[in-house]
Design a protein around this ligand. Structure first.
Ligand code: NAD
Ligand code: MG
Length: 380
């Protein structure tokens, strides 16, 4: 893997292009991008107005720097600072964002800028997709998860009492600026949670990348060249899947590796982030997906052990028993899985694997197999 070989230039910025025809865009990855955001935006967008949407954790750290950078190139920015956390992805806050964007007189060529993690990106992106039937949208993702996953691909949306992400639109960004330096202020736990999605790309179809992560994860956590490399490889992987299947009618589902079990665990813990955050659910889910594949004689149990060993080494939970507090019984977890959208006439759609980096979509997994597996793995 030449791309993974550290060299004299490896600390330099990376550019990942997402070739989606008239919706094509660039993802820039590297340190110091917020300070340069004005130049990068002005070079690509005609408008000279912007509305920056951010949250209370990110604003004190990076908002002034972004605003100043825009002002230097003559872009006037309105700002909106929202509460942090998943609850912000609501109709109520969507209304506030739309009001701010309209109040700032944002026209079609002007930009909504999301400065924050996936919560802000999903919400601001939704507003950008619907205000004036679509205005320009720039993602400045500040969490590892948003840099490697949510800022790429154009899915936007909010939650309702029926469930997560049920109302939204596809609206691709015009530019993604992933400033890798800002990850230094992210909590270790949030960084690890994002890392689960990084490892996921290796487990889907990049066995060499997974092996590289096993050898280099400490450097990825520490920052520097390896961090940029891991984020760029992840963005490339996500971009490839998105280009192949922009609206998730087929192969994009591979990105759900570990997510069916993970979502069930998130539901079982009532989305209480003090017990489980999304990436942690995905980590446990990916181990379960590998173990389940081994149980179905599709993959070697050694692969599941290898996945678990790596995720454990970085400090992620890997077992249901690692989640603090009691879990509902296996039957309840099974109900959550069955309510998931990936169910067709009694058979479940699952992302299974034939080994590290050999995931595939199976749409005929018997529910009874899943239930007995869950009973076996349940900590009680
Ligand atoms: P988040 O946006 O809640 O960010 C996590 C926490 O870190 C927040 O408290 C935030 O304020 C804080 N934070 C962010 N950047 C920081 C920084 N640089 N320094 C200090 N603190 C910082 O959560 P997330 O994990 O980034 O994103 C999760 C959301 O993303 C979920 O709502 C999920 O549904 C969504 N998502 C969307 C897609 C998609 O394709 N659209 C994909 C995956 C996830
Ligand atoms: Mg995910």
């Amino acid at each position: 893997m030449n791309a993974m070989t550290p060299d004299a230039n490896s600390a330099a910025e990376r550019l990942v292009h997402v070739p989606l025809g008239e919706r094509a865009y660039d993802i820039l990855i590297g340190p110091g991008l917020i300070k340069r955001a004005g130049d990068e935006i002005a070079a690509r967008l005609k408008g000279r107005k912007a509305a920056i949407i951010t949250d209370v954790h990110v604003a004190p750290l990076y908002l002034d720097s972004l605003v100043a950078s825009l002002e230097r190139v003559g872009i006037q920015a309105a700002t909106l600072v929202l509460p942090a956390g998943e609850k912000t992805k609501s109709f109520e806050h969507l209304m506030t964002v739309c009001d701010t964007v309209l109040g700032a007189r944002i026209e079609r060529n002007d930009a909504v800028i999301a400065l924050g993690g996936g919560v802000i990106g999903d919400l601001a992106g939704f507003a950008a997709g619907v205000v004036r039937r679509g205005v320009r949208f720039v993602q400045v993702p500040t969490s590892l998860l948003s840099q490697v996953d949510s800022s790429v691909g154009g899915k936007t949306g909010i939650n309702t009492h029926h469930g997560k992400n049920l109302v939204g639109v596809f609206h691709q960004p015009d530019l993604v600026l992933a400033d890798t330096g800002v990850l230094d202020t992210l909590s270790e736990r949030e960084f690890r949670a994002g890392y689960a999605e990084v490892a996921k790309y290796g487990l889907i179809d990049k066995p060499d990348f997974f092996a590289w992560l096993e050898a280099n994860w400490q450097a990825v956590f520490a920052g520097g060249a390896e961090r940029i490399e891991a984020i760029a490889t992840s963005c490339r992987a996500k971009a490839d899947v998105v280009v192949a299947d922009e609206r998730e009618t087929g192969p994009r589902a591979l990105l759900n590796l570990g997510h069916t079990f993970g979502h069930a665990l998130e539901a079982a813990t009532a989305y209480d982030s003090s017990r489980l955050v999304h990436g942690e659910g995905v980590a446990i889910g990916m181990v379960l997906a590998h173990e389940f594949s081994a149980r179905l004689n599709l993959a070697s149990p050694d692969d599941a052990r290898r996945v678990e060993a790596h995720l454990k080494a970085v400090g992620l939970p890997t077992r249901m028993g690692d989640i603090p507090g009691a879990l509902p019984p296996a039957e309840t977890l099974m109900d959550a899985i069955a309510q998931d959208k990936k169910v067709k006439s009694g058979k479940l759609t699952f992302i299974l694997t034939r080994g590290i980096g050999q995931s595939f979509i199976a749409d005929d997994v018997p529910a009874s197999e899943v239930l007995s597996f869950l009973k076996e793995k349940h900590p009680q």
